[in-house]
Design a protein around this ligand. Structure first.
Ligand SMILES: Cc1cc2nc3c(=O)[nH]c(=O)nc-3n(C[C@H](O)[C@H](O)[C@H](O)COP(=O)(O)OP(=O)(O)OC[C@H]3O[C@@H](n4cnc5c(N)ncnc54)[C@H](O)[C@@H]3O)c2cc1C
Length: 551
């Protein structure tokens, strides 16, 4: 679009509609507005922050260190914002999101409490028609789905759930007013990251906490601590290198040493002391001790055994130890959890662990639940049952592209995208951190910024060249999907029944959704494709109705 071709803002037409006002939608708005596009953001929640707006459960905090789990696009912002702790708690991350919204004056273009329900591509006009929950119909040349990978909280399908008499809380949709469990018996279902983070906090308050575990998970101590002024200053000084490394070299978007040897290259004593050092250091970089932990089962076993040993050291009761030791998947093939005192919490007298793998839940009762072997009573129920990850929020929108084909229909056997950015047959529809991109395998703010910058540059270049429509080619998409699978199946990841595979949702196709090739590699691929005139995409000018390449 040239400036004169830009759809005029105002009534119900925009250059770009962005769905979602988490970190992705906020930065997308900032970039596009800076380029002079008219943008409208719709957010179903009442404020910015996405994940950090919804996940207010006790103990919620990031698992990538805050100095890195933060925007890098503005040096002033990263120099002025003071993170209080190594891993900021949810209220502080939400405060940061609000600060960003204020500092960059984003709210004027965000409509809150408004859900996007439907988006249809009008082939005659080459425009998207979007219907929102406030019964408005708006049009836009482009739609960007910034709907989040972990934003569709999954209610478990358990018989009798609605019959429970007490309050029921989902960690992914926690009330904004404080919840007090003092004096209550609490049942908690789910031991993924949210369950692991909230268990110690709920145990502190509750009269009794019963944790229902289907799958034991690996968790590494966070070693969370207050940050001193000196630590913040030192980190800020090295920001240029930290951010460059996270973008270009890291596999997961996190600044850390890159290991140069495999686990079996060291003897048992040396290996143990390296694992011990990382355990003491705490955090996600535990998996970066060696370069083959995601590739070689024998190497992986050494790390998994080390963590299982730690659980046995921490937890007193032998039966509980056996239940808490993960054995069903290689370490790291489900997103590794980062905790504060999770395992030690099971030494408390007021905490019980119940195995629902061997003895599944049969029914929720008005005052508790029944498994195949017994009944448990509680006054409040916490569901830490995760999300319909990566595709769940996209699937909730009724999206139809060329020839009226629904995106849900096209993705019925698993999501198909080119680079995780676009899906063939759905012109001018972008997805931020979509399936087929590194997304949830990375420090997501790094991946979000990369996608936003790529999309913004693409629209800017299209406008400069008088082009209006961009669409992924089917062949390019097929090759990318095959590549994503090939890379995944070269690792141990598909061995876990994880939400990366859609395995937590009954009936969801088992496809490894994120791109595991690494954040740096992926960025280079995306940049090269853009530099080659958006290879694998077809770009068209509406008036001339012919394909043209951007160079
Ligand atoms: C508890 C928790 C902890 C996490 N910790 C980390 C971490 O430490 N490091 C890390 O890298 N990642 C972490 N993540 C992942 C986290 O989701 C991302 O880091 C990041 O916040 C995603 O931002 P986003 O804008 O892409 O999506 P989100 O933050 O999920 O925002 C998407 C927004 O879109 C809105 N939306 C969705 N559908 C619609 C619709 N149809 N209409 C209108 N609005 C809609 C949602 O309401 C939501 O506000 C964590 C996730 C969770 C759940």
């Amino acid at each position: 679009m040239s400036a004169s071709q830009t759809i005029q803002p105002g009534h119900d037409s925009y250059d770009v509609i962005v769905v979602g006002a988490g970190f992705a939608g906020m930065y997308m708005l900032h970039r596009l507005r800076g380029l002079g596009f008219s943008v409208r953001v719709y957010e179903q929640g009442g404020g910015v922050g996405g994940t950090w707006y919804w996940n207010r459960y006790p103990g919620a905090r990031c698992d990538v260190e805050s100095m890195q789990y933060s925007y890098s696009f503005s040096d002033e912002l990263q120099q002025e914002w003071d993170w209080s702790e190594r891993y900021a708690p949810q209220p502080e991350i939400l405060k940061y999101a609000n600060h960003v919204a204020d500092r960059f004056n984003l709210r004027t273009d965000i409509q809150f409490n408004t859900r996007v329900d439907r988006a249809r591509f009008d082939e005659a006009e080459n425009l998207w028609s979007v219907a929102t929950s406030d019964s408005r119909a708006v049009t836009a040349r482009f739609v960007v789905l910034a709907t989040g990978c972990l934003s569709n909280a999954r209610m478990p399908d358990i018989k009798g759930l609605t019959s429970f008499k007490g309050p029921v809380y989902h960690t992914g949709n926690w009330p904004s007013e404080p919840v007090d469990f003092t004096g209550l018996r609490v049942g908690l279902i789910g031991t993924g990251s949210s369950g692991i983070q909230s268990t110690p906090f709920i145990a502190e308050q509750a009269k009794h906490l019963t944790v229902f575990q289907r799958t034991a998970n690996f968790s590494i101590p966070a070693r969370n601590a207050k940050l001193t002024d000196e630590e913040r200053r030192a980190f800020r000084k090295k920001y240029p290198e930290v951010r460059r490394f996270a973008r270009e070299e890291a596999r997961n978007g996190i600044y850390t040493e890159l290991p140069d040897r495999g686990a079996l290259d060291d003897g048992a004593n040396e290996r143990r002391s390296k694992y011990e050092a990382r355990w003491q250091q705490g955090g996600l970089t535990f998996m970066s001790v060696y370069n083959d932990l995601a590739l070689n089962k024998a190497a992986n076993d050494t790390a998994a055994d080390f963590v299982r040993g730690k659980i046995a050291e921490i937890v007193d009761d032998a039966k509980t130890v056996a239940l808490l030791q993960p054995r069903s998947h290689p370490i790291g093939t489900k997103r590794i959890c980062i905790d504060t005192d999770y395992f030690a919490t099971f030494n408390r007298d007021n905490v019980t662990l119940v195995d629902i793998k061997s003895n599944p839940i049969e029914e929720i009762l008005p005052n508790g639940l029944r498994t195949t072997v017994g009944a448990y009573e509680f006054d409040a129920l916490v569901l830490a049952t995760g999300f319909d990850a990566m595709t769940g929020s996209v699937a909730k929108i009724d999206i139809s592209g060329r020839n009226g084909v629904a995106l849900n229909q096209k993705w019925a056997e698993g999501p198909k995208t080119y680079l995780g950015l676009m899906s063939a047959g759905f012109p001018n529809l972008f997805i931020i951190t979509g399936p087929g991109s590194p997304s949830v395998l990375s420090n997501m703010i790094v991946s979000i910024e990369q996608h936003v910058d790529w999309i913004a540059d693409c629209l800017n270049r299209m406008r400069a060249r008088g082009l209006h429509v961009i669409e992924a080619e089917r062949g390019a998409e097929e090759r990318w999907v095959a590549h994503v699978n090939e890379v995944a199946y070269g690792t141990l990841y598909p061995q876990a029944n994880s939400w990366y595979m859609g395995a937590n949702i009954p009936g969801k196709p088992r496809i490894f959704m994120p791109y595991i090739g690494g954040v740096g590699v992926y960025r280079r691929i995306c940049n090269e494709i853009a530099a080659k005139g958006y290879e694998g995409f077809v770009l068209t000018a509406v008036e001339r109705k012919r394909a043209a390449a951007v160079s």
